[in-house]
Design a protein around this ligand. Structure first.
Ligand code: ADP
Length: 580
């Protein structure tokens, strides 16, 4: 740029100086010729006054000597050459047609510049009509005047050179000043190209360049803002993808991984970067690999479960078609979502088991009820036994109703529906246990079992229904699975240090064989089905107890010896937040 400016500027200066010189030269030549003509005319006038008589007029040659070598011609009023300082008058033609002569005859003086027919050179002619009517003409070579003008050419050359030197210095300083901000802009642009979006350029003295600088700085600000926004968006997307519990893998048509989030890598036990690598780096399960291949290349979606490292994973593969994935065969791909359904499947299994157990439990009393009802309806029943059959039907109906009630209770507790209805108050456990024991007295008396409630007045923040359910189930079991003349002791203690209450239900009953002790809290689990049927059990009581204790963040411990008795201890926090 610097060179281009120099060359153009110097060419401009040279052209300007040359034009000026040409114009000056023209004006100077014209002026010098005109001055010469005036000078010649004055000379002629002087001659006329000096030599009044034409006859006295000196020979033209003499006149020529007087006039510094000028050619002098004397012409009569009819154009005949009377004398000439350089040529023989006889050889000269009539001069009446010469412009300067014709003008002088007519107006008194005349001038012309032309090539002399006689001399063959360019001449300045000045003619003057004298008082006797003859015309005296003087002529000079124009060369003198033109040479005079030509003397200024060296001065012009010097001026051009000086002008160029001065302009070189000026241009040099100017380009330096213009180049500085432009260089800064160029440097800032290359910084920006390498990601330095905060690059700014300081304004300079040139308004036009400043416009560029302002635009650049504003553009830098816009880019910074856009980059920050994009980074923010990317962080947000990354955060979402990496915080997801579900594994997410994006695969292109060549089965190369575009993105695999943290959860996906964890599910497939992969601890290295898999981006841009084949899916085989991540997935080693042939079923999943085949499904991805079908999804990414044949556009088939799949949904299935696999068992991996002791977990049940649900694999959902959806085919994708987008230019975002890549060009050509990469443009089709698939997205795989991996969900850990271990818990869900387990609870599904539990629900299935629960329903099949519940239906199984209900089947026996229903069969029994319908059998006795049919017998009674057929009229074949012995009238003596009719009452007994009816009592059996009632008993089975009671069992069914107790069973359904327990099923409802446990399903309410598990579904959380119960939590919505819970009312938390200070529940005093000793009073509650005494109340329950009193209600059980007739049943206990039948088997000659003694019941006692002792200990402190333990109060805790709880739903009274839950506490009633918990205590009633334990005390009822202690009575139900007791032996004649047995004992049931209910003891309540408060551990102020640990902010806990402890409920101990101790019996001297049949006890629970060691092999069953782990399972009695399972739903529908009963140690002795025959006895249970007799005492009207559902096998759900202890699972309800376990659930309630779990809701309150308490603990259960069991000590039992066959034929010796059972002790169940429940500890519950006095105060806690109930997140069910
Ligand atoms: P059920 O309605 O059968 O009592 P539970 O869940 O309360 O159901 O008890 C499950 C099983 O545990 C009972 O069937 C019984 O065999 C045993 N069991 C519970 N409590 C006692 C106890 N105090 N003494 C002996 N066995 C018991």
């Amino acid at each position: 740029m610097k060179k281009a400016i120099y060359y153009r500027y110097l060419a401009l200066v040279a052209t300007a100086v040359l034009i000026c010189a040409a114009v000056a030269f023209g004006i100077f030549s014209t002026t010098s010729i005109s001055d010469k003509q005036q000078h010649m005319l004055s000379l002629l006038r002087v001659m006329e006054t000096t030599f009044t008589d034409t006859d006295d007029l000196m020979q033209a040659t003499q006149l020529s000597a007087l006039t510094d070598g000028a050619r002098v011609t004397i012409v009569s009023s009819d154009g005949v050459v009377i004398d000439d300082s350089e040529h023989s008058k006889d050889a000269m033609e009539n001069h009446l047609q010469r412009k300067e002569i014709a003008q002088a005859i007519k107006t008194g003086s005349g001038m012309d510049i032309r090539e002399s027919g006689t001399l063959g050179r360019k001449q300045i002619y000045v003619a003057y009509r004298m008082s006797d009517g003859n015309v005296i003409r003087m002529s000079y070579d124009t060369e003198g005047a033109e040479n005079y003008a030509g003397q200024i050419i060296p001065a012009i050359v010097v001026a051009v050179l000086l002008g160029m030197i001065v302009s070189f210095l000026i241009v040099s300083g100017l380009t330096q000043r213009i180049r500085k901000p432009l260089t800064e802009l160029r440097n800032a642009l290359s910084v920006m190209k390498n990601g330095g979006f905060s690059a700014q350029v300081v304004e300079c003295e040139f308004e036009e360049i400043n416009d560029l600088i302002y635009a650049f700085n504003a553009m830098g600000g816009d880019i910074r803002q856009s980059v920050a926004q994009l980074e923010n968006e990317r962080t947000k997307v990354d955060f979402i993808l990496e915080s997801m519990e579900e594994g997410l893998v994006l695969i292109d048509g060549r089965l190369e991984i575009i993105h695999a989030n943290h959860a996906a890598k964890q599910f497939f036990s992969c601890d290295f970067e898999v981006q841009s690598k084949n899916i085989l780096y991540l997935v080693h399960n042939s079923r999943v690999y085949d499904a991805i291949e079908r999804g990414a290349q044949e556009h088939l979606s799949s949904l299935f479960d696999i068992e991996l490292s002791g977990r049940t994973l649900q694999i959902h593969i959806t085919p994708l078609q987008s230019e975002f994935l890549g060009e050509g065969d990469r443009a089709s791909g698939a997205i795989m979502v991996v969900t850990d359904t271990t818990g869900e499947r387990a609870s599904q299994r539990m629900r299935q088991e629960f329903f099949s157990n519940a239906s199984h439990e209900l089947k026996t009393p229903i069969t029994s009820v319908s059998g006795f009802a049919e017998l009674l309806q057929s009229g074949l029943a012995d009238p003596e036994h009719e009452k007994e059959y009816i009592a059996r039907i009632r008993g089975e109906a009671k069992r069914m109703s107790a069973l359904i009630e327990d099923i409802l209770k446990i399903s309410r507790l598990e579904s959380g529906a119960d939590a919505n209805q819970s009312v938390y108050t200070q529940v005093e456990l000793k009073g509650l246990c005494e109340e329950i024991s009193e209600n059980l007295l007739p049943q206990a008396a039948q088997a000659d079992i003694s019941l006692s409630v002792s200990g402190e007045d333990c109060a805790l923040l709880a739903d009274r229904r839950h506490m009633h359910e918990l205590c009633a189930n334990l005390i009822e079991n202690a009575v139900k699975y007791n032996k004649p003349q047995g004992r049931v002791e209910v003891i309540l203690e408060e551990d102020a240090m640990r902010k806990q209450v402890r409920l101990t239900v101790k019996d001297t009953g049949i006890g629970i064989p060691l092999a069953h002790q782990n399972r009695i809290f399972e739903r529908f689990y009963r140690v002795d089905k025959g006895r249970s049927t007799k005492v009207g059990s559902t096998g759900l009581g202890l699972s309800i107890v376990k659930h309630i204790v779990g809701v309150y963040g308490g603990e259960i411990s069991l000590m039992s010896r066959e034929n010796m008795g059972t002790t169940i201890v429940i500890t519950l926090p006095i105060e806690r937040s109930f997140d069910q």
